[in-house]
Design a protein around this ligand. Sequence first.
Ligand code: SF4
Length: 734
Amino acid sequence: MLFGRNHKSPITLADKGVVEWKYATCGYCSTGCSIEVGLNAAGKAVASRGVADADVNRGKLCLKGLAEHQIFAAPGRGTQPLMRTHWHDAWQPTDWNAATAKLHDEFRRIQAKYGRDSVAVISTGQLLTEEFYTLGKLTRGLIGTNNYDGNTTLCMASAVSGYKRSFGSDGPPGSYEDFSHTDCLIAWGSNLPEQHPIIYYRLKDAQEQRRFPLIVVDPRVTMLAQMADIHLPLTPGTDVVLQNAMMHVILKEGLEDKRYIEANCNGIEELRAEVAKWDPATASRICGIDEETIRVVARLFAKAPAAMQIWTMGINQSTHGSDGVVGINNLALITGNVGKPGGTPLSITGQCNAMGTREWSSCAGLPNHRLLENAQHRQEMGEFWNVDPEFFPKQLGLKQTDIFKVMETGKIKGLWIIATNPMSSLPDTARVRKAMEQLEFCCVQDCYQDTECNQYAHLYLPAGTWAEKHGVMTNTERRVNLVTPVATPPGEAQPDLWIFNRVAEKFNEGGRVKFPENAADIFLEMRELSKGRLCDITGMDHDLIHKHRGVQWPYTAEQAARGEAPATGGVRLYTEDATFRFPDGRAKLIPLPFTVNYEGPDEQYPFWLNTGRLVEHWHTRTKTGKVGNNNKFSPIPFVEMNPDTAAELGIRRGEYIRLVSRRSDAVVMAQLTQRVRRNMVFLPFHFHDCANRLTIALLDPYSRQPAFKQSGVRIEKIANQHEAAMLSMEMRQF
Ligand code: SF4
């Protein structure tokens, strides 16, 4: 047989017997790739492929998307509602009527005894938007607890909070298309090749064509940092210091966009006074970036005709998360880089429909960015839903991270968890376990029966997953895209929308609030509510969204009537002067004083613990831990550790070590790499009983997002490697 470049064998794809391809949007990350699932003659999902004419992914999928059809038949799916008296009893099968009655009766019993807010509802970024909207109507309009939130608080809450503080509303201003127009890009704490691989392809493609500088700010030499023109390995938690120093240089050297500031911003003098304190020499001592590099980066950014900033969890998951986002917005505003092609801040969202929950779930108040604090909004929604406006709370209740802390005090006694797994995903899981143990009633609604949270449930509701359902999701760039049903839920499992509607029937005395059964009808209801709002979707419906492989909001009925192409509908926000969402239409420049309010290394715990995601896995591995290649490529927890540190501690590559924090410990395999500096370790967060045993539950004061990436640990050698291997193996069991 001949080998070599002139004798390559053509790639042959195995014939999987696909007879039909069905359309969906990927259910993992927020990139929002259009995907087709191939069904064989027996109707079984056997393949996945990217959709070539979808603008987002242009035919590509990453490792997770390519194997996504396998999740339908993965082990651990729930097939029947289950009930038990105590969480340590054996499960008893039940039917849907009894199960939904149980949820109603237990919630109402607890509310009658302890008050309305003694029950909590925690949802996710994984549902479809019509499901979020229905759950919000049920929780805000009928159940009546104010302790209602989503796991998006672990992910994007700081971005939401920062947008609101700077621009007056949530809503990412830019698009992927901006990569093709920018002249300079700063990525703050964002590792696109691993976290959002297809967005990375878009960025790389644009960069290869236009050669703009890529500047990556990250304490770790991530994959993106390895491809950067400039890498700033700053000290964890000090992004605000670097941002202030960059603004110091820009304002001192007169590089700001004076016309833009004059026309669009309030607060320039207050900002100028604060950043005057942050000369690069002073900042350098705190953030660890040398002063000349700070000047170079500030000038590159400010002098670029169009400059873009993206960010992910490196900014958001910090005690300075919200401030970090405001700092990014400040930099964008003073250089006039908002609302113009290639000139924008753009938060890269986490979960597939984290944006949908932000827009429509009512977790942050009322639908479509309406606020509980606003009497007019309460009135509007009360009339629309046929709910007494006085029934709505006048202030937002607790976020997920605070709900669990209040559960510890015994003030919250009932909990409904939907498609999320806080036993693994919240920081300091020992405290979460204690809080769960003392609940009087817990209902878990999930497509998988084997989640860690379900161990503490009294009621389990088996749900459909991803493309067993019908509805829309919104991606990072505000693109609303469609999921069509590809498979049916196993056994007696039902789509989440169906379950919410059955639960609503129990709470909806007299049927006074309407709950449509069909996702397309619910979309039309949401559409009506969106008229005139920033997130205006009045020009869209399911058919249009499907036809165009997603449409960005805003896309209004007027735009549709004028015949404007949906592709141009909502590429950017804030494109005109004075269109920000404060009453005077102007954005706020907000001074950001810096204080050290996080846990860093000290004598007892001398290493930074940094946590993050791997390309193979998704969140707590409830899905990817059961999908062949995802799990095979990354089967066990490991810790990245600097080789010099390992040598000092006498640790060899592949040995098991014990990481110890003030909370607990975890046993993991050491992987030696220069990606992390000598006083830092990096631990993937996916594995149960691992990273979040160690992390601290400190929260950002504005967003209440945890500082997952800032805690201190020490490293201990383990003499008995066999025993350690067994311990570590246990961690990957569900
Ligand atoms: Fe799915 Fe994200 Fe991968 Fe696209 S990049 S296929 S949306 S996981």
